[in-house]
Design a protein. Structure first.
Length: 564
């Protein structure tokens, strides 16, 4: 009787549910998912072992965004049962559920290992929907840790499968995913082309949250390429939709982006109001670290723009501290090591299999020619050869791993050494400038003193002194130290020279030279001495430079040049 009731409940629950392919929890109504979850939790205790596997997997899937730890708990149980009953389809589903659970908990190395195992199983089964879902999940994993080329590879493969299936809704999702990757790679023009295609397809399905997401992405791209009117238009539209559907998470992101746009437009009050509104909403989130970090970063930019440097620094420190707490470089390094190790093991397994097949065929041919005794000898030699090859490959792999670590350590030391040398050269350049300034000042004082001498009766002596003045003046004008100083500037400040010339192409060579000397925090008197010009000429040059850089009287020229 109990079995019959469970069977009827099971059939009723899953009527219309496609068990042949991976569902997408993000496409479902949260209320419907919760109702389904409650029903599943009620029926699982009364289900037989093999019947429980798809139920456990479905519960694990619904728990992704609700409670990732529960996803891991139910998916592990499903994985054990699917292996026991040799159900590869459910095993592949359990593995991707585990991947999602660990991904939501930021265990990227574990998530990658499970995702790749699921990918192998689903490739063998050949269900395109399930395969596409696993590829998409791995694509987002690489996207999250910043491996954008790898993420693009997986999402492109996903798009090809969706195009093959003719699934326009998921084609639209793939376009949006690829657009996000190009946006992160700072290729916003290409990203916009994918977002536009995604938005065109999504409008036909009238899926408002997806439409708002793509509009927001387009607004971000237009903001990055400084097409601010278009950025504001798309972000405002996305905000209206998010308000309609009460999507607070997307709303927070949009408000932050609108704050950046208003900051660029110089609308500081509007920027501040948007940041405060965004902060008020995100304070209601359980997990709001990433939102708070982004809000602190923009708030720092806002305070910097209005000249409140104290609050700008405070907000920036909060941003740096929050950023370090969210994601450490150790995760990225661990993931890279995991990927390399997994590929190496996979390659080694393939080589072993090929060698075994080759040797097996050779052994069969020789058995026909030389009999059973010789076959035993050959088999022994083959096994010994395989064992030696495995030992050699293991030794080579360990040696390669050791050399790689040593190489990374050496490169790190070299980088630190170069940084120290660069810092020393910068100090040396500043000291050289001061030395030139001081020596030039001495030359000028000497020249002035000699000019002030009066010799009424000693005409010849006066001529000699005038000759001495000319010689000193000549040395002053063509001083090797000055030439060395300018050469060092071109070498050590090459990045700065490139940036300022690119950003302000209307500056003359003398004005660029003056900008470098001001950036080195040399006084006007020291600049005058180095360039053999009057103090008044330096002040006029600084005034012209400020004008061409678009600075007002309150802005500090040195700080502005340092931040270019």
């Amino acid at each position: 009787m109990k079995t019959a009731i469970v069977f009827i409940f099971f059939i009723t629950l899953f009527t219309g549910f496609n068990v042949e392919s991976q569902t997408n929890i993000w496409d479902e109504n949260p209320r419907d998912s919760q109702a389904e979850l409650d029903s599943l939790l009620a029926i699982i205790p009364y289900s037989e072992a093999q019947e429980k596997i798809p139920l456990l997997n479905r519960v694990a899937e619904i728990y992704w965004s609700i409670n990732p730890n529960k996803t891991i708990e139910y998916a592990n149980e499903a994985l054990e049962l699917s292996k026991a009953y040799q159900d590869k389809k459910q095993e592949g589903l359990a593995l991707i559920n585990l991947c999602q659970g660990y991904l939501f908990n930021d265990f990227y190395d574990k998530a990658l290992q499970l995702g790749l195992q699921s990918l192998e199983i689903r490739k063998a089964i050949g269900n395109d929907y399930d395969l596409a879902f696993t590829l998409r999940t791995l694509g987002w994993l690489y996207y999250d840790i910043g491996y954008y080329d790898k993420a693009l590879q997986y999402h492109t493969e996903t798009l090809k499968i969706h195009e093959k299936l003719g699934d326009k809704q998921r084609i639209a999702y793939s376009y949006n995913s690829i657009g996000l990757i190009h946006e992160r790679k700072e290729n916003c023009t290409l990203a916009l082309s994918f977002f536009k295609k995604s938005l065109e397809l999504k409008k036909a399905f009238n899926n408002k949250d997806r439409i708002a997401e793509t509009m927001k992405n387009m607004g971000v791209c237009y903001r990055k390429i400084n097409v601010l009117d278009s950025a504001k238009t798309f972000l405002d539209s996305a905000l209206d939709i998010s308000n309609q559907i009460k999507d607070d998470q997307n709303k927070v992101h949009i408000l932050n982006e609108l704050a950046i746009v208003n900051l660029k437009l110089g609308k500081f009050d509007a920027c501040y109001a948007l940041l405060k509104k965004s902060r008020l909403i995100m304070d209601g989130f359980i997990d709001n670290k990433e939102w708070v970090v982004e809000n602190d970063r923009i708030m720092s930019d806002y305070y910097l723009a209005i000249g409140d440097y104290k609050n700008a620094l405070t907000s920036y420190k909060k941003y740096i501290q929050g950023e370090s707490e969210i994601f450490s470089s150790n995760k990225s390094e661990k993931l890279a090591e995991m990927r390399i190790l997994y590929e190496a093991e996979q390659r080694e397994s393939e080589i072993k299999l090929l060698e075994q097949q080759k040797n097996l065929e050779a052994q069969k041919r020789k058995l026909l020619l030389i009999g059973s005794i010789l076959s035993v000898i050959i088999a022994f030699l083959v096994i010994a050869s395989l064992f030696n090859n495995i030992k050699k490959k293991k030794a080579l792999y360990q040696q390669s791993e050791k050399l790689t670590k040593e190489k990374l350590k050496t490169q790190s030391l070299l980088r630190e050494n170069l940084e120290h040398k660069l810092e020393f050269r910068k100090k040396e350049l500043t000291n050289l400038a001061l030395f030139i300034s001081q020596r030039t000042s001495i030359y000028k004082d000497l020249t002035k003193s000699l000019q002030d001498l009066k010799f009424k009766d000693l005409n010849q002596l006066k001529k000699d002194i005038n000759t001495l003045i000319k010689e000193n003046t000549f040395k002053f004008n063509f001083n090797e130290d000055i030439q060395k100083f300018h050469t060092n500037i071109e070498t050590l400040q090459s990045d700065f020279l490139f940036r300022i010339k690119k950003k302000y192409p209307n500056l003359t060579d003398k004005e660029v030279q003056l900008a470098v000397q001001v950036k080195l925090k040399l006084s006007s008197k020291e600049i005058a001495n180095i360039n053999n010009i009057s103090l008044n000429s330096v002040e006029i040059g600084r005034h012209r430079l400020r004008k061409k850089l678009g600075l007002d009287k309150k802005e500090n020229l040195v700080n502005f040049l340092v931040n270019i």
